[in-house]
Design a binder for this molecule. Structure first.
Ligand SMILES: [Zn+2]
Length: 208
């Protein structure tokens, strides 16, 4: 491609951008690392294959935070998954093909549960109120939130990080951090929740 053509494509992208916080960059190709195999543990949450499944999962995510869920989850023509506010309502919009690909390659329900938790994180962290697009800092905050809540929901650290091996690009971009930083943010959130649980356990054993 010649330089003027690249410039034209870049300008087109620039002017067609709307405010949104996607789980991953728009041009992500879902990776298929061969060496990752994790078995699901005994959670009664469904695989995310429809909006109804997603609602159950999001209700469970919110419940793990002690909150009621008021999110609207809809199929949409979006690149992957995104959090948005429309008419004062909190939406999670998803591309069913993207979710189906994630389910197929990961063969583990925690991958798409993580993806939903990441979008819930954008809402709860207030990112969707700011009229800003994805950028590395807020993506890491949403990843950390998702790590925290999946630990509370009973996922192991490996299950919690699984999606990132498939959907995160290795290198950082203007909108999204690189894979290693995202895995670290997830681990930070997961460890925080684990430490809280351990703290409650320890206090319980000393005071009783
Ligand atoms: Zn995001």
């Amino acid at each position: 491609m010649t330089k003027p053509a690249i410039l034209l494509v870049s300008l087109t992208l620039l002017f067609t951008t709307t405010w949104s916080q996607n789980i991953t960059s728009k041009k992500t190709v879902i990776d298929n690392p061969a060496d990752i195999s994790i078995t699901s543990n005994s959670t009664d949450l469904p695989f995310f294959t429809s909006s109804a499944d997603a609602e159950k999962i999001v209700t469970s995510i919110m419940s793990a935070m002690g909150l009621e869920s008021d999110f609207k989850i809809k199929e949409a023509h979006v690149p992957n998954v995104e959090a948005k506010i429309r008419h004062h309502e909190r939406y999670i919009l998803y591309n069913p093909q993207f979710i189906s690909q994630v389910n197929t390659v990961t063969r583990n329900k925690w991958a798409s549960i993580f993806i939903l938790a990441h979008e819930v994180g954008h809402h709860l962290d207030g990112h969707t109120l700011l009229d800003i697009n994805s950028r590395p800092g807020i993506e890491l905050e949403a990843d950390q939130f998702a790590g925290f809540v999946l630990c509370r929901m009973g996922a192991t650290l490996k299950q919690t990080q699984l999606a990132m091996y498939y959907i995160a690009n290795i290198d950082a971009s203007k909108t999204h951090p690189g894979r290693a930083d995202r895995l670290l943010a997830i681990e930070k959130g997961w460890n925080k929740a684990e430490a809280e649980v351990a703290g409650v356990r320890d206090n319980g054993s000393t005071s009783n």
